[in-house]
Every structure is written in C-alpha cells, then in structure tokens.
Ligand binder design. Sequence first.
Ligand code: SF4
Length: 348
Amino acid sequence: MPVREDLEENLRAAWLQAAQAPHLHLLWRRQGHEGEPLQLSPLVQQWLLANGRTPADWAGADARVVRDIQPDPVGRPQPKGASLPVTRLSASAYADLRQCPYKFFALRQLRLQAPPELDVETEKRDFGDWLHEVLKTFHEEHRVHAWTEPEWPGQLDRIADACSAQRKLGAAEFLPFSAAWPKLRDGYLRWWSEYQRQEGLMFDSAETAYEMGLGKLKLHGRIDRIDRVGGAQNGAGQAMLIDYKTESLARSKERIKSPLEDTQIAFYAALLPDDSLRAGYVNVGESNGTELVEQLDVVQARDALLQGILDDMQAIRDGAVLAALGEGDGCDYCAARGLCRKDHWEHV
Ligand code: SF4
C-alpha cells in the first residue's frame, strides 16, 4: 500500500503536469453543502502565488443561468421481504431488524454490502481484534502452564508482542494503543485475579462459533469467552458468558439498563444449550481498569428475545412491510443510507 507521502507526491506531480497544458479551465466550489465558504485547494493557491496571480484574475463571466427547481421529495421505501426467506440470523443482523426493518431488508435479505476496503491505518477496531486474540491466547496458555500471579504481566507482554508481529501492526501506527497497554494490562490482571477469587469462575473457551436451531431458523455467532464455575469444561458447571468491550464504561452500563433491549448478550445466551447461565460485558478500559458489567436478567431477556425472533420472522413471512424508520443514531453510519434515500425524504 502506498504511504501518505507518496500519494501526495503523485498528486502534486499530476497537478504540475495538468498546469502545463496550453489551455486550462479551473473550476472550484466556493461554498459547501451548508453554505459555508470553501477555500481554494492549496495546490491551486501555491500555483497562483508562484505565478503572481490571485483568484480574482481568473474570475471570468459566469455563463451559468439560475433556475428554480421545485423540491420533489421521495417517500420512504416500504418493501416486503416474504419472498426472501431468512434461514440464518446473527446477533448483528437481528439488531439491524430491530433498529430499522428496511436496513435488515437491504443489507441482510437482499445482501447488499459495500466491498471491504484496504486500509493502511490502524483503527480502534484493529486494536479490539488484537486485544481479543491476546486475551484468548493468554487464557488458553495459562490453563496449560498455570503461571503464578507475578508471571502474568510478563507472559501477557510476550503474547501481546507475538500477536502484534503476526498481524504486522506497525509500531508507529500502533503507538496510541501500545502506549495505553501497560495500564490496560495491569487493570485487566487486577480484575481477573479478584474475579476468580470472588466468583469462583475460571476460563473455559474463547472465540468459539455456535449455532442453535430455532424453528426454521439457525441462530449463529461467535462468543468472545465463556467461563465456568470451578473451571469445569465440556459444558459442566454454570456458565458465565462474556463479551469484551473497549468502549466507555458508561456505554457498557447503559446496555444492561433495559434487559429486553439488550439483545446482543441475550442473543449470545440463546446460542448456548444451558438453561440457566450468567452473562455480562467485560469492559476493558484503557485508563479506568477492567470491570464486569453483568446483565442480571439474561435468562428472562433470552426467553423474550427468542419469542420476539419467532414473531418477527413469521411477520416477514406473512408479508409485513419492512419500513425505513429513519430514527436514532443508527442512521448516522448506516450502509443502506443511500439506498433508502433518507436524505431525500426526511423533510417530507
Ligand atoms: S439510513 Fe436510517 S432509515 Fe435508512 S435504512 Fe439506514 S437506518 Fe433505516
């Protein structure tokens, strides 16, 4: 992948080449969408400066004619998805349906997805994936070697370095995360030591894929981690289902406030055969340590969720309208936004 400096050098070379053309029309926008003034591109500004010109020297007569255009808003799409059977459902797909039925129709039933982009920058999500892998490896190896508590930080550092090398994370780009690592590591290990003592729970498995049949559907997902009482394996001992979060602690606490809205943890609970279990988010903070935010009503939430899924899927089969709701934060980063044309009907 080209680095930023190379991209800039190529752009400047292309611009200089274009600027040597015998006839050149330069067009630029003076205002943005909200009417805010826009500056000339630095490339053009430098070029004008070098040639002793100002933008005013180039302002010829404007040949454009002003036209009145009547607003022609479109209505909200209202498709039906009965002919696109849903056979598999993940937690995130069901969250889409709850958030906006049209989003579910477009992204999950029609399967319209933006192609993944190659990104050279390390983002918070890369850090989250890396952290999941580091903790998984640490707990799996610890089960074999039974390291003493003073050995934990060194072993965790060794595994963290190995995971960074394997993922080819550049030291410079990973710097904001590696700078936070010692505090995060110590906070996590403090929590884990205390958690084992208080709860009597020990690591069982991590990043395991599960499937569960529900009527004509298969629910599927990958569970971050499962601990069990006394470290019992193979399904023995009460389970504690864990989902790691690197978001703010306030956000994790917000999730558990309304058990029936907390569909993510309830969905994961539905993937396990255990009738009774515990579940929660382990918030791995960069500055405030690690904390377990437990959903105490997970069994009730899981049972309600399963009934809700059955009802929703039956409604889709019966031809329910999958309307675009256009509400809440979900629209801000929605991949179907251009398709539902929310920006063209939100003022209707
Ligand atoms: S942008 Fe909003 S209204 Fe449109 S599909 Fe996405 S969530 Fe629904």
